[in-house]
Write a protein that binds this ligand. Structure first.
Ligand code: NAD
Length: 499
C-alpha cells in the first residue's frame, strides 16, 4: 500500500507524522493509499521554511515570478491527464469533470501570469509643493490555504497562484480525502523553478487547521468549505490577528418564469443539479417554478436525468460518479427520506441505485422531489448530492421572497425570455454570483468569485482583482524633495565635463 506524506521545503518530507489516514476510491469503496498526518512539530517546520523563503521571494522581480507562472501553466497543461486521474481516483467525479476543474483552476494561473499588469499602485504628483504620494501593494508574508474535498485541484488554484505571484509563501492544507492533486501541484511548482519553501502541503484535519489558525507565523488564511467550519476559521483566525477570507456552503436556487424556454431550462437544470453528483458549491439543488410550470418542468428534467449514466468516473460513458463517502450517501438518503415522510412527492428516485461491478461504491442516481415543505431538512440543509427540489411559487414576487429568505447566497439564476424581468432579478437577488439563463454562474478567474450571507465570511471574494487585494496590503508613501537642484545637477555637469 502506497503511503504518501506532506511536502515541505521543496520535497516530500516524512518528518514526525501524527498517525495516518486512509484514502478511499469512492467508486469502489476500496482504500487506494494512506497519507501520513502532519504533526504540530512538522507544521512548525513548514512555517519556518516558508517564512525564510518568503524573505527572498518578496524581493524577486515581477518578471521572474511571471516567468515561473508561465512555466507552471505549461506544466499543468502537459500533466493534466495524470492530475485528472488522481482526482477521479480519490474524488470519484468523471474524468471529463476532472479535466474541466483543472482548466478552470488554470485560469487563475493565467491571471497570475499577468500579475505585473495587476499589481500597480497609484501616484499623485505635487500634492503639496514638491510633495508627491504613491501607493504600492506588498505581500502579507505566509498565507495558509484550507480546502474542501470537492475540487481537489481547482479550489487550491483559486488561491496559490495569486498568493505566490504577489510575493507570499503558501502552506496548503487539502481535504484528507483528496490530497494527491495538491502534492502533484507541489511537484509541478518545483519543476517550474519555484524556490523551495514557498509552496508547502500539509495533511490533516482539525488539529492541523487549528495549528495553522493559532500560528503567529501565518499571516492570512484563505478557506473554502462548509459554513460551520468557515465560521470557526474566520472567528479563530481574526481573533489571532490574521487576515481571513472564508467561503462557506451554498443552497443555490434558480427561478423558472412561465415565459422561459422550458426545454432549454430543463436540460441546463439537469446538468447543474446532477453534474459532479451535485457536489459543487455552485450546483443547483433548488428550482422555484413560477406560475404552475413545476409539473411540466419536473417531467422535462426527469427526461434528461434518466439519460444520465451513473458509474465509475474513469469509464468514458459515465456522466455522473459516486458521492464522496458512505456517510455522505447515508446522509443524503436520510434527507430524501425525511422529505418523503413530510409528504413530498419523489418524481425520480435514485436512492437504491447499484452500479454493476462497483457494488462497494457510494452511488446514488439523480433524484427529483416536489412538494417539499419549506421547513423540511431536505430544503433547509445543503444536500451536496444529486437531488433536485422543485418548489412552486404563484408569481415572481413570491419566488424572489423564497430565494432571498434562505440563509445562503452563493449563486442564483433566473430562466426567462423577458429582459426587464431578468434585470429586476439581477438587482433584487441576494447572492454573490448571478446567472440569466446560466444556472451555474461561476465567474471566470479575471473576475472574483464569492457569495453573500452564509456563503462567505469576510470582505473579499477569492481570485481575480479581489484576490490580488486579499494577498497584499497597501502602503502609501509621501515624498518631499526640498530642492530640485543639488547632487543630480552636479552629476549632470560632471558628466558633461567628462565628455
Ligand atoms: P468541510 O467544511 O468539511 O472541510 C473543509 C476543510 O476544513 C477541510 O480541509 C477540512 O479538513 C477542514 N475541517 C473540517 N472540519 C473542520 C473543523 N471542525 N475545524 C477545522 N477544520 C475543519 O467541507 P467539505 O465537506 O470538504 O467540502 C464541502 C463543502 O465546501 C460544502 O459545504 C461546499 O458548499 C463547500 N464549498 C464551498 C465553495 C465556495 O466557493 N463557497 C467551494 C467549494 C466547496
Amino acid at each position: 500500500m502506497e503511503i504518501i506524506c506532506q511536502w515541505i521545503n521543496g520535497e516530500y518530507y516524512e518528518g514526525n507524522p501524527d498517525g495516518e489516514v486512509e484514502i478511499e476510491n469512492p467508486a469502489t469503496g476500496k482504500i487506494v493509499r494512506k497519507a501520513q498526518l502532519t504533526s504540530q512539530e512538522d507544521l512548525e517546520y513548514a512555517v519556518k521554511v516558508a517564512r525564510k523563503a518568503q524573505e527572498e521571494w518578496r524581493n524577486i522581480s515581477l518578471a521572474k515570478r511571471v516567468d515561473i507562472m508561465f512555466k507552471m501553466r505549461q506544466l499543468l497543461l502537459d500533466n493534466q491527464d495524470k492530475m485528472a486521474k488522481l482526482i477521479v481516483e480519490e474524488h470519484g467525479k468523471t474524468y471529463g469533470d476532472a479535466i474541466g476543474e483543472i482548466q478552470r483552476g488554470r485560469e487563475t494561473i493565467d491571471f497570475a501570469c499577468g500579475i505585473n499588469a495587476n499589481l500597480k499602485g497609484e501616484m499623485s504628483y505635487n500634492i503639496s509643493t514638491r510633495v508627491d504620494i504613491h501607493t504600492i501593494r506588498q505581500p502579507l508574508g505566509v498565507v495558509g490555504g484550507i480546502c474542501p474535498f470537492n475540487f481537489p485541484a481547482m479550489v487550491p488554484m483559486w488561491m496559490h497562484p495569486l498568493a505566490l505571484a504577489t510575493g507570499n509563501a503558501f502552506i496548503l492544507k487539502p481535504a484528507t480525502t483528496t490530497p494527491s492533486a495538491s502534492l502533484f501541484t507541489a511537484e509541478l511548482y518545483k519543476q517550474a523553478g519555484l524556490p523551495d519553501g514557498l509552496f508547502n502541503v500539509v495533511i490533516g484535519d482539525v488539529p492541523v487547521v487549528q495549528g495553522m489558525l493559532n500560528h503567529d507565523g501565518i499571516d492570512a488564511i484563505s478557506f473554502v468549505g462548509s459554513t460551520p467550519v468557515a465560521r470557526i476559521v474566520q472567528e479563530t483566525g481574526i481573533a489571532n490577528g490574521k487576515r481571513v477570507q472564508a467561503l462557506g456552503g451554498a443552497n443555490n436556487h434558480a427561478i423558472v418564469m412561465p415565459d422561459a424556454d422550458l426545454e432549454f431550462a430543463a436540460e441546463h437544470i439537469s446538468a447543474a443539479a446532477f453534474g459532479a453528483a451535485g457536489e459543487r458549491c455552485m450546483a443547483l439543488p433548488v428550482v422555484v417554478a413560477v406560475g404552475g410550470t413545476g409539473e411540466k418542468l419536473a417531467e422535462l428534467v426527469a427526461k434528461h436525468a434518466r439519460n444520465i449514466t451513473v458509474g465509475s468516473g474513469m469509464n468514458e460513458n459515465t456522466d455522473m460518479g459516486p458521492v464522496i463517502t458512505a456517510d455522505a450517501k447515508k446522509r443524503i438518503i436520510g434527507l430524501i427520506d425525511s422529505a418523503e415522510k413530510a409528504g413530498a412527492k419523489i418524481v425520480l428516485d435514485g436512492r437504491d441505485h447499484v452500479v454493476e461491478g462497483f457494488e462497494g461504491g457510494h452511488f446514488l442516481a439523480p433524484t427529483i422531489v416536489t412538494d417539499v415543505p419549506l421547513d423540511n431538512e431536505l430544503y433547509t440543509n445543503e444536500v451536496f448530492g444529486p437531488v433536485l427540489t422543485i418548489v412552486a411559487a404563484k408569481d415572481y414576487e413570491e419566488a424572489i421572497k423564497i430565494v432571498n429568505a434562505q440563509p445562503f447566497g452563493n449563486g442564483s439564476a433566473i430562466f426567462t425570455n423577458d429582459g426587464g424581468m431578468a434585470r429586476r432579478f439581477t438587482q433584487e437577488v441576494e447572492a454573490g454570483m448571478v446567472g440569466v439563463n446560466v444556472p451555474i454562474p461561476t465567474p471566470v478567474a479575471y473576475y472574483s468569485f464569492g457569495g453573500w450571507k452564509n456563503s462567505l465570511m469576510g470582505d473579499t471574494h477569492i481570485h481575480g482583482p479581489e484576490g490580488v487585494k486579499f494577498y497584499t496590503r497597501a502602503k502609501a508613501i509621501t515624498t518631499r524633495w526640498p530642492s530640485e537642484s543639488g547632487a543630480y545637477q552636479a552629476t549632470m555637469s560632471f558628466e558633461r565635463d567628462e565628455e
